[in-house]
Design a protein around this ligand. Sequence first.
Ligand code: NAG
Ligand code: NAG
Ligand code: NAG
Length: 354
Amino acid sequence: MFKLSVIFFLAFGSAIAFWPIDVERNADELCIRGDSKPGYCVPRNQCSIIVNILSQQKPGIPPTRANILYIKNSKCESRPYDHKYVCCEEIEKIDQAIHDLSIEDCGRFETDKIIGGKEIQLMSRPWMALLNFRNTDGKNAFTCGGTLINKRYALTAAHCFTNQELLYVRLGEHNISQQIDCKIEDIGIERIFVHEKYSHETGHNDIALVKLSKDVEFRESIMPICLPTSEILQQRVNTLQGFRVTGWGKTENTSFSDVPMEAVVNRVDHSICQQEYTKTIDSNQICASKSLKNFCNGDSGGPLSYIPYLNGHQRFVQYGVVSFGSENCTDGYSGVYTNVGSYIRWIAYKIATK
Ligand SMILES: *[C@@H]1O[C@H](CO)[C@@H](O)[C@H](O)[C@H]1NC(C)=O
Ligand SMILES: *[C@@H]1O[C@H](CO)[C@@H](O)[C@H](O)[C@H]1NC(C)=O
Ligand SMILES: *[C@@H]1O[C@H](CO)[C@@H](O)[C@H](O)[C@H]1NC(C)=O
């Protein structure tokens, strides 16, 4: 039996162990509450705020005005007559998950020797992930990138899940042409969440989360990136210059390099960027232009980052996800990135509840 499984393993390699799983495109029903806060349509008994309000309610004592108003604002628009559902704000769970994301160890920054499309140092961007997909012809390839954001989740772009199926996520990779690399880890997939409002036509809400099949152990070559979890970090995005795009240059149609490269790109105002595209560019997107011509947009789904000081240390904070843009490196058009700061609560809700 042992021999058989060894032969099986040798014959088919490790890739056989990975099977595609269904993409969840409508994992949660997003709603806007009466007080204009975003929420999720859930059964009333699963909404902790409402459950708390109702459990504090003593017989014979009228509810407070604030509580009456809160419950009134909790109608689920899509099911106005179904009182079993509410538009729920999971403030505490989401805040806790956001807090957990801003752990001390994220976004380790050591070396700043890269300007303009240069190879990055081994293990200096340990959150870089490569996503291996099976396309419609049954071929497997790394056609998107992503980032590790905690021990169980990788962040990537929603458009990566069009016409291809994710098999596994590779972490700790550097030179993809080198066969033997003991530092890499290929991890299977437990769930995939594509943003509920992602539109292939407009390119809006181009963000997705991949839940790995197991927790990864952090080490030198595998560590998470920071996200703009605070409002201060989120608001700063409109004033920053000099973002970094990191990746192997992998998209559905291109492959640029066998080691990850990094380029500095400058933010481009929406008004200018809008003139380059027929698609509407909204505030949940960031435009940035290549300052050099030898490296373009990183990997589809890969990071646009900045290195601000957080608690006295410079750290990599992922501000954007590579969404779309001209793949032609010489034409000078802006690249468009999903503004991660706009989706922190979406990310945190998935991590907290899935
Ligand atoms: C990556 O590895 C391949 C195969 O060993 C090698 O030919 C290539 O030069 C390496 N690339 C870099 C940039 O080191
Ligand atoms: C890749 O190429 C195909 C066929 O040329 C095209 O339809 C598709 O839009 C390209 N993908 C990207 C991301 O440019
Ligand atoms: C890229 O841009 C250059 C210069 O504008 C042009 O000559 C070339 O044909 C373009 N290539 C593609 C693939 O669009």
